[in-house]
Design a protein around this ligand. Sequence first.
Ligand code: KIV
Length: 268
Amino acid sequence: MDARKPLTLHRLREMHAVGIKLAMLTCYDALFARLLDGAGVDVLLVGDSLGMVLQGHTTTLSVSMQEMIYHTACVARGNQTAWIIADMPFGSYQESSEQATRNAVRLVQAGAQMVKLEGGGWTAPLIRSMVDRGIPVCAHLGFTPQSVHALGGYRVQGRDGASAHMLRRQATDLVEAGAGMLVLEMVPAVLARELTSELPIPVIGIGAGAGCSGQVLVLHDMLGLTPGEPPRFVRNFMAGSADLESALRQYVADVRAGRFPDDNLHAF
Ligand code: KIV
């Protein structure tokens, strides 16, 4: 029997404060929620990556609120102790703070404990509005997949001095607005390490090196199920594992111990 107590934002912050690395994975259904939770994964992210992973689209842009609500409710039913974050899909928060808050409420009612949205300073008023109304928010900076067309493809962000400076300012603004967690995607390891030590909230990296407070990967990538060449920052945890549960436990153990990612192999 799993003796873990349900994780809270306070507990995640305590873990971050004492240097316990947080293990997050994407999760889209009740079956995997039960398996991931049982293997000790701290945070289940109902990512809009489901548009690519489950639905076969080439981007996340077509995922709807209704679909996010459905998958969030499935994950919530399978989970007992992990913290659940649901992505706000493209088009569900771009118009106004009111629209963002209204849609965040729907995700919380479906079972999310925190919502995640992508973008820089322009999202600060949205974050403030949601946090003021009791909804914890995770920000997402660096490469933001919903802006793939504007960013010109899957590119590392914050490589030069000016864009690193902008990223640092955005992160500070979003923390001031009340963001309780930050996902940093495809950012040079040195910059991610600096930001993690400067910010008071957990910073979860994906392709952002080993210096973050925790790591997230797309579940199907780390299980080696995604067709084609995986991104450089992915490790296939099924390779060398006897079964699914061992692979998931290995991921948690390697993130906790700082063995994943290996900056020589996985970082930019
Ligand atoms: O949707 C998703 O899977 C994400 C991760 C890549 C962080 O946002």
